[in-house]
Write a protein that binds this ligand. Structure first.
Ligand SMILES: Cc1cc2nc3c(=O)[nH]c(=O)nc-3n(C[C@H](O)[C@H](O)[C@H](O)COP(=O)(O)OP(=O)(O)OC[C@H]3O[C@@H](n4cnc5c(N)ncnc54)[C@H](O)[C@@H]3O)c2cc1C
Length: 663
C-alpha cells in the first residue's frame, strides 16, 4: 500500500550522443562555470560580462523580493547602479527580516589572527564541511568575496567587536581550526541588517528603490519563457496586485519552518520559492537541512518556536552528559570522573568545535542511550564553569552576555552558575531553488540569492557562512550578473495588462477564495504541527527507508484533509493572519513531500542528511561518492504527478574527495 503513494523517480541515462539526459530527453543542467583556474574564474566571468550604459539603466526595472540581508543588499546596490528597483517584503519594515536573528558571526578569510587562514583554507573548510556536495567554483568565489564583505560592512559603520588595540576581533566556529568569524556580540545579524537597511534607505530617499512592505509574493509571472513579474497580496487590505519588471530576484529566506518547530522566525516560509518551482524553477537538494546542535530544548507540547543559543558558545563552553544512564543528580553535584565530555573524547582535534551535523548527531546519540538531561531527557549540558575559571566572569559576560540573558529569560536558569541545557533543532536549509554560477534559476530572468537558493553549502552549512553568502550574493554577485542578463537579453516591453498577468492573478485569487471557502473544522496550525512532527521524526536528524516511506504515505493524506477540513476565521479582503498561515502551510505540505522523496532517493549519508542505512562502523555518516556526487534538482510536473529528478554532476578538482574526519 505504502508504495502506491511514492512517486517513481525518473533517472538519468547516457544518450547516444554522450550527453547526459533524463528519461524524458531533457538536457542536463548547465551551471555556467567559467573555464580556467579556479582563482581566476570570477574575475574572468566579470570581465566577460556585458555592461549596461548608465544612461540606459534607468530604463530597466528589477523586482527584488525579500529585504533580509541578501535582498536588502541586492536592492540597495542595484538601485545605486541606477536601475528602477521594487523591493517587496511581507514584513512591515526590512528591519524585521529573519536575518536580524543571526547571533554568532560572519566568516571571512582576512587572516587578521595570522593563524594560517587564507582564501584557499576557507574554500577547503567549506567544501569539506558541506561533505563534498557543493559546487567548487561557487565556494571558491564565496571565500574570495568574504574579504570584500567585511570592508563593505566596516565602511557602512557596522560595529563589529574589536580588540583592546582597536583591531577587529575574531572567534572560531565549528568545523575549522582558525579564528575567522567576525561578530558583533551575539547580535551580528542585527548589526549587518542595519547596515544593509541604511544602504537601502539611502536608495529609497534617492528614489531608485521603491519599498513595498506588508506585500507577499504569491506567484511569479512568466512571459515567453522569462520571469517578467510577480503577483502579490497586500496583507493589510487583501488586494491581489500585479507588478511587471525586466528581472525578478528572489531573496526570500529558508524553509526550516516546514518542521513547525524551528529556530526560524515564525513567519519564515517557502511560498516564494515553491510557487516559482511550480512555474518551472528546479529545486535543488530539498532534503539538505541543518539541525543546529545548540538550541534551548523543547519544554512543552504547546510550544510553537525554538530558540537558538549561538554556536559561538562552543568556543568556550564544554559539552557533556553524565556517564550514568538516567542520572538524577544536579549537574554541579556530578563529579568530573562521572562526566562524559563526549565531543572532546571522540573528536580530539576539533573537540567541541566539530561541525554542526556531527555535534547534532552525537547529542541525539547520547540522549537515545538514555544519558540525556533535563525534563524530557532530550538535552545535553553546555558548561561554562571552566571558561569562567580561566577568563573570569566579566570576560564571559562581555563575550556572551546577551545570550546568557536570552537563556535566563526562557528557562529561568542562570547559566553562569548552572550549565546550560541544549538540544538540536531545525535551523537552516541548504536546499533551495537551483541556480547556476550567475545565481539564475532554470527560469531565465529569475535570480535567487541568500538562503532561498541551494548554492554554496552542500550537505551541511558551516556556522557563520549564511551571512557571508547572503551578503556576497546581494552586494557582490547579483549586481554583476543581473545587469549582464539585462544587457544580453532581448526584453520586449511587458506590462501588467499582458494576458500572463491576468491569468496568473486569476489563479491566485481562485486559490485564496478556495482556502477561505473550505469552512472545515481544523485550524491551519493543527495541520502545520502534524506535518512538522512527521518531518522531524522521519526527515529530521536521522532518515530511514521505512520512515521516509511512512512519511510519503501520510503527507498526501494530511494535504487532502487540509483542502477539505481547513477552517479559516475571517475573510480574504482584510488583514487575516490565519489565511496568510494557511496559504503558506499549503506549500509546506507539498514541499515536505518533495523533501522526503529527495531524502529517500539519496541512499547515502552526507552532512545533515543522515541515512541510518549508510554509516561507518563508528556510526559516522558514510557518503557514497560513486553514486551521489551530484546536486539533485527536482522538476515540478504538475499536481498529483511524480516530480522528475535531474542531476548536476559535482567534480572536485581542487579539494580531492576524502572521508571527513574531525578526530
Ligand atoms: C536564530 C538564528 C541565528 C542565526 N545565526 C547566524 C549566524 O550567526 N551566522 C550566520 O552566518 N548565519 C546565521 N543564521 C542564518 C542566517 O541568519 C540566515 O540564513 C540569513 O539571515 C538569511 O538571510 P536571507 O536574506 O536569505 O533571508 P531572510 O533574512 O529570511 O529574509 C527574507 C526576506 O524575504 C521576505 N519574504 C519571504 N517570503 C516572501 C514572500 N513570499 N513575499 C514577500 N516577501 C517575502 C521577508 O519579508 C524577508 O524580508 C542564523 C539563523 C537563525 C535562525
Amino acid at each position: 500500500m505504502l508504495q502506491e503513494n511514492i512517486p517513481s523517480v525518473p533517472t538519468e541515462r547516457e544518450s547516444e550522443k554522450g550527453r547526459v539526459e533524463t528519461n524524458n530527453g531533457t538536457p542536463k543542467l548547465e551551471a555556467r562555470i567559467p573555464s580556467g583556474p579556479i582563482q581566476e574564474q570570477w574575475d574572468k566571468c566579470r570581465f566577460e560580462m556585458k555592461l549596461v550604459n548608465p544612461a540606459n539603466r534607468r530604463k530597466h526595472s528589477i523586482i527584488v523580493v525579500g529585504a533580509g540581508l541578501a535582498g536588502a543588499a541586492a536592492a540597495a546596490t542595484l538601485g545605486q547602479q541606477g536601475y528602477h528597483v521594487h523591493c517587496f517584503s511581507y514584513h512591515d519594515t526590512p528591519r524585521r527580516a529573519h536575518s536580524i536573528a543571526a547571533q554568532g558571526g560572519i566568516n571571512a578569510a582576512k587572516n587578521y589572527r595570522n593563524d594560517g587562514d587564507s582564501i584557499f583554507r576557507l574554500f577547503k573548510d567549506t567544501v569539506k564541511g558541506g561533505d563534498y556536495r557543493a559546487r567548487e567554483a561557487n565556494v571558491y568565489r564565496l571565500a574570495q568575496i568574504s574579504l570584500n564583505i567585511i570592508d563593505q560592512c566596516v565602511a557602512q559603520g557596522v560595529p563589529f567587536a574589536r580588540e583592546y588595540g582597536g583591531l577587529l576581533d575574531n572567534r572560531s566556529f565549528g568545523g575549522v581550526q582558525v579564528s575567522r568569524t567576525f561578530y558583533a556580540r551575539g547580535q551580528t545579524g542585527q548589526q549587518l541588517l542595519l547596515g544593509a537597511y541604511q544602504a537601502l534607505e539611502e536608495q529609497l530617499a534617492a528614489g531608485t528603490v521603491t519599498m513595498h512592505t506588508r506585500s507577499e509574493l504569491l506567484d511569479v509571472v512568466i512571459v515567453n519563457g522569462k520571469a517578467r513579474g510577480i503577483v502579490t497580496r497586500d496583507l493589510v487590505t487583501g488586494h491581489i496586485e500585479c507588478h511587471a519588471a525586466d528581472v525578478v530576484v528572489l531573496a526570500t529566506g529558508g524553509y526550516s519552518n516546514v518542521f513547525y518547530l524551528s529556530t526560524n522566525a515564525k513567519a519564515s516560509n517557502c511560498t516564494a520559492i515553491w510557487r516559482a518551482h511550480r512555474r518551472g524553477a528546479l529545486l535543488g537538494n530539498p532534503c539538505f537541512t541543518q539541525i543546529h546542535p545548540t538550541c534551548i530544548p523543547l519544554s512543552s507540547e504547546h510550544q510553537s518556536k525554538l530558540t537558538l543559543m549561538s554556536e559561538s558558545l562552543r568556543n568556550d563552553g564544554r559539552v557533556w552528559v553524565p556517564k550514568k544512564k538516567g542520572e538524577t543528580c544536579a549537574p554541579n553535584d556530578i563529579p568530573e570522573n562521572e562526566r562524559d565530555y563526549y565531543l572532546e573524547n571522540r573528536y580530539p582535534s576539533f573537540g567541541n568545535l566539530v561541525p554542526r551535523d556531527v555535534a547534532s548527531r552525537n547529542a541525539k546519540e547520547v540522549c537515545d542511550e538514555g544519558r540525556g538531561v533535563g525534563p524530557h531527557g532530550l538535552g545535553v549540558y553546555l558548561d561554562f564553569a571552566d571558561a569562567i575559571h580561566r577568563m573570569g566572569l566579566q570576560t564571559v559576560r562581555d563575550k556572551y552576555g546577551n545570550l546568557f540573558e536570552i537563556y535566563q529569560r526562557i528557562t529561568g536558569e542562570d547559566a553562569y552558575t548552572v550549565p546550560m541545557r541544549i538540544y538540536p533543532a531545525p535551523h537552516y536549509t541548504m536546499g533551495g531553488l537551483w541556480v547556476d554560477y550567475h545565481l539564475m534559476s532554470t527560469i531565465p530572468g529569475l535570480f535567487v540569492g541568500g538562503e532561498a537558493n541551494f548554492s554554496d553549502h552542500g550537505a551541511n552549512r558551516l556556522g557563520a557562512s549564511a551571512l557571508m553568502q547572503g551578503l556576497a550574493d546581494g552586494y557582490f554577485i547579483l549586481p554583476y550578473t543581473v545587469p549582464d542578463y539585462i544587457a544580453s537579453t532581448k526584453l520586449d516591453p511587458v506590462d501588467v495588462s499582458h494576458p500572463a498577468f491576468t491569468s496568473t492573478q486569476a489563479e491566485v485569487k481562485d486559490r485564496i477564495k478556495k482556502l477561505v471557502g473550505i469552512n472545515g473544522k481544523r485550524s491551519p496550525d493543527s495541520f502545520h504541527k502534524e506535518l512538522g512532527k512527521i518531518m522531524w521524526d522521519e526527515c529530521g536528524m536521522a532518515r530511514s527507508d521505512a520512515g521516509l516511506k511512512k512519511a510519503l504515505a501520510r503527507i498526501p493524506e494530511i494535504r487532502d484533509e487540509f483542502w477539505h477540513n481547513l477552517r479559516i476565521v475571517g475573510g480574504d479582503d482584510e488583514l487575516n493572519q490565519a489565511l496568510e498561515k494557511a496559504d503558506r502551510i499549503s506549500d509546506f505540505l507539498e514541499l515536505g513531500e518533495l523533501m522526503c522523496l529527495d531524502a529517500l532517493d539519496r541512499t547515502e549519508s552526507c552532512g545533515g542528511h543522515f541515512r541510518v542505512e549508510s554509516q561507518t562502523p563508528e556510526g559516522e555518516a558514510k557518503r557514497d561518492d560513486a553514486n551521489f556526487s551530484y546536486t539533485a534538482a527536482w522538476e515540478w510536473k504538475g499536481p498529483g504527478q511524480a516530480p522528475a529528478l535531474r542531476k548536476e554532476p559535482l567534480t572536485f578538482e581542487y579539494i580531492p574527495l576524502s572521508q571527513r574526519s574531525y578526530k
